[in-house]
Design a protein around this ligand. Structure first.
Ligand code: CMC
Length: 432
């Protein structure tokens, strides 16, 4: 590579030398533009898991894994978490700027007008088994929005896209809460538009027709914070999925349904559910955290400590710091003595001082403490990843829109290095 002040790198392939432009982002991140590599050399790049691949230029979120920095549209996550509510952050991500109070008021009004589901959609819930995972319900019902709102499916019509955005952000909590009500056999609770986003969700989750329901402000505050810290995380697995599906010009509902499926996996959003299951298992097993740290280090086992490690953060996860503080505050204030919080703290202590974890730079991630807060609020474990999805929705939407607005947008279609059989003739079936 040339000196740091020049903007090309040279690649020598056989007797051919080509220049690859170096693209620098606003935070001085540098990348090689290989857009012409195949055309000029016939080569493609190979990068399992896209560990070194910048799939796009993006102005939505900046994160620096070494310094533990996370910013949405230039604003630090810590400031957003302490000064804004989730709807304001959603507006910021989707529109690119923080709203004026009038813009925010209008946005809230729009969301409030779209919180209900089409009555026919309720019937879907009758068809799902009672023990259906709510993430499966979430992605199915979100996908089905495209059957009910055929008037807002054109990805090239900005008015239609905005209508779909409002519908999604407004309806996702309702879709999620109905999934929970189905699982516990309680009547669905319709949204109340005089409540805030988080109050409304908690009420749809926990109120029953036979009793008055009062929203707990501590729970509202904790939920609001959790949604904010989950709201975006640049090109993660589910966001890349949303972009990829959207790149084929599939509609926004279909793209988001795909993102929800990607988020479900235990290596991604599903880790919060898996993490609480792990902590519960350690508790039931006598609380011996050393045993589980040993298992996670054993190269002959594929056991991992859930809620530990991150592809990008190699120092600390700033989201985890915020969530741990909130968890501590909530449990203390409410006098909740959750034994798995104790176990989580012990596990963190042991792992952070263990050479294996230190060497590999494995730290608690966003999912390590979030489940403990959800438990304190009374949210069942199967709903944890659903909460992640509600939080991540504005991020998915902003990336989908950014992709469509890009002058260089093309369908995402990676190459491969084929390693299968060479051409061969079919042996007739009676001779195989
Ligand atoms: N427990 C034990 N060892 C681990 C862990 C863990 N949680 N995570 C990574 N390692 C080891 C791994 O075995 C490997 O060791 P070695 O170099 O000896 O082979 C090394 O650390 C690097 O791991 P990797 O799998 O190459 O790292 P990755 O960047 O591909 O994976 C990860 C990142 C988050 C999938 C992984 O750390 C993991 O599986 N963590 C547990 C699941 C989890 O908590 N996921 C939530 C991520 S945060 C929420 C989100 O944004 O999705």
């Amino acid at each position: 590579m040339n000196q740091a002040d020049v903007d090309v790198a040279k690649l020598i392939v056989g007797d051919q030398e080509i220049e690859l432009p170096i693209i620098e982002g606003t935070e001085q991140e540098r990348s090689l533009d290989i857009g012409k590599l195949r055309a000029t050399t016939g080569l493609v790049t190979l990068d399992d898991g896209y560990v070194n691949t910048g799939s796009t230029r993006s102005a939505v979120t900046f994160l620096d894994g070494e310094r533990g920095v996370l910013r949405y549209r230039g604003y630090g996550i810590e400031e957003l978490a302490s000064q804004c509510d989730f709807v304001e952050v959603a507006y910021l991500l989707i529109h690119g700027e923080l709203p004026s109070s009038e813009e925010l008021q209008n946005f809230r009004m729009k969301l409030r007008r779209h919180t209900m589901l089409h009555e026919d959609m309720r019937l879907f819930y009758d068809g799902f088994p009672r023990d259906a995972h709510p993430m499966a319900i979430l992605s199915s019902v979100v996908g089905a929005l495209s059957t009910f709102y055929q008037d807002s499916l054109d990805p090239h019509d900005s008015g239609q896209v905005y209508e779909s955005i409002v519908r999604l952000v407004a309806k996702l909590p309702t879709i999620a809460a109905f999934a929970h009500k189905k699982s516990v056999g309680q009547p669905f609770v319709y949204p109340r538009n005089n409540l805030t986003y988080c109050e409304n969700f908690l009420r749809m989750m926990f109120s029953v027709p036979s009793e008055e329901y009062e929203c707990d402000p501590d729970f509202v505050e904790a939920l609001n914070l959790l949604l904010i810290v989950h709201a975006d995380h640049e090109q993660n697995c589910s966001t890349s999925t949303v972009r990829m599906v959207g790149s084929s010009n599939a509609n926004l509902f279909a793209s988001i349904a795909a993102g929800i499926s990607a988020l479900w996996g235990p290596l991604h959003g599903g880790a919060n559910e898996a993490c609480v299951a792990m902590l519960e298992q350690i508790r039931q097993d006598g609380g011996n955290v050393q045993k589980y740290v040993k298992m996670a280090k054993d190269k002959n086992s594929d056991y991992r400590l859930m809620g530990f490690g991150h592809r990008v953060y190699k120092n600390f996860d700033p989201r985890a710091t915020i969530i741990k503080a909130s968890c501590d505050k909530l449990l203390k204030k409410r006098g909740i003595n959750d034994p798995i919080f104790e176990i989580a703290q012990q596990l963190e202590e042991v792992a952070l001082n263990d050479e294996y974890f230190v060497e590999r730079k494995l730290y608690p991630n966003v999912d390590f403490y979030s489940g403990i807060i959800y438990r304190a609020i009374g949210i069942p474990v199967q709903m944890f990843t659903v909460l992640f999805a509600i939080g991540r929705l504005p991020g998915w939407i902003s990336h989908w829109r950014e992709m469509h607005a890009s002058a260089t947008k093309r369908i995402c279609r990676p190459r491969q290095v084929y390693t299968g059989d060479n051409q061969r003739a079919i042996t007739p079936i009676d001779q195989r």
